[in-house]
Design a protein around this ligand. Structure first.
Ligand SMILES: [Zn+2]
Length: 317
């Protein structure tokens, strides 16, 4: 009954189906095991293929008796909460068009603390970036934008500094293909060029404004299309319309879903979530998003809580 194939066309389509698929802790653990070892279990010590699940949900190798946890090396590593609660959290995050806030997640799952919900969301965001994902190709707009800063209703002295975010948006006719975002310390060539090299396939045409930080693109193996704002007599958002559209959607999302309560230190996680959602915006099947997220959650390195919280806390919810 619970031998669901993974990905493809088969995924839970409704909350009811989700509940049926993952009705128990065992169903979640079985599913996770199949994701973790799609070709069948292999012992990390002796490479043996024969193993039995233990009562505590681990796999015990038949030849060397080593016990291996299916959640070791995933974002669930070290958790004290049921896997089922994690699955519900992932369903919550992927089934809502704009994602969820920590407060929303805490309410829906009945989590005891806001802090747990907040850390979970950050761990999930971390899983939203697929390791080794492919680079953008074709014609790509690249430009920087500034996120954050003084907010309405905040006393003047409490202004925050703005964060610099660089945006790459693939052109797709008049529309936008896939995007990549990154927070940068500054807009120098030594910040901008590594970003482009990481996210855009060499040989692609990169479209920027006349900023000097982009001068090295041709030497880096790109075709470089420069539109000079001053000389064109047009407004910035008309020259790089895709990047400016992304920037305004990003700001609206940060202000709307998260009330702008995003510190520079944690912005990267939010950029990951925004990118994940945007690049899958045409996928009407939320259940498919859930499966992608789950798949990626078992493939990323676990993020120690200490690192997420910036070293202030050392519990592992
Ligand atoms: Zn073994």
């Amino acid at each position: 009954m619970n031998a669901h194939p993974i990905g493809g066309e088969d995924y839970p389509r409704t909350l009811q189906e989700f509940d049926e698929w993952f009705s128990s802790e065992k169903a979640c653990a079985d599913f996770l095991r199949r994701l973790r070892w799609p070709e069948g279990f292999r012992c990390p010590r002796c490479n043996g293929a024969k193993a039995w699940p233990t009562a505590r949900g681990q796999m015990r190798c038949a030849s060397c008796h080593r016990q291996t946890s299916a959640i070791a090396g995933t974002i669930f590593e070290g958790t004290r909460k049921p896997l089922r609660t994690w699955f519900q959290a992932m369903w919550y995050v992927t089934s809502q068009k704009s994602g969820g806030s920590a407060l929303g997640l805490q309410r829906v799952l009945g989590l005891g603390s806001y802090q747990t919900a907040w850390v979970w969301l950050h761990k999930l965001r971390r899983a939203m970036v697929r390791p080794g994902r492919d680079r953008l190709t074709g014609d790509v707009e690249v430009d920087e934008t500034y996120v954050g800063g003084p907010e309405v209703g905040v006393a003047g002295r409490e202004t925050r500094t703005k964060s610099i975010v660089v945006v790459a948006a693939q052109e797709e006719g008049n529309g936008i293909g896939r995007i990549r975002l990154r927070r940068l310390p500054d807009v120098s060539a030594s910040s901008l060029l590594p970003f482009v090299r990481d996210v855009v396939e060499s040989g692609s045409a990169v479209h920027t404004d006349g900023w000097v930080g982009y001068n090295g693109l041709v030497a880096s193996g790109y075709r470089h299309r420069v539109t000079n704002i001053a000389r064109s007599g047009r407004l910035a958002h008309e020259l790089l319309p895709r990047v400016h559209r992304i920037a305004s959607l990003l700001k609206r999302w940060l202000l709307g879903t998260h009330q702008g309560a995003v510190s520079d230190q944690h912005l990267d996680f939010y950029l990951d979530e925004f990118t994940f959602r945007f690049n899958r915006r045409r996928s009407r099947a939320r259940g498919l998003l859930f499966c992608r997220l789950l798949q990626q959650a078992v493939n990323v390195d676990p993020v120690p809580y200490r690192r997420i919280a910036g070293g202030n806390l050392d519990t592992n919810p």
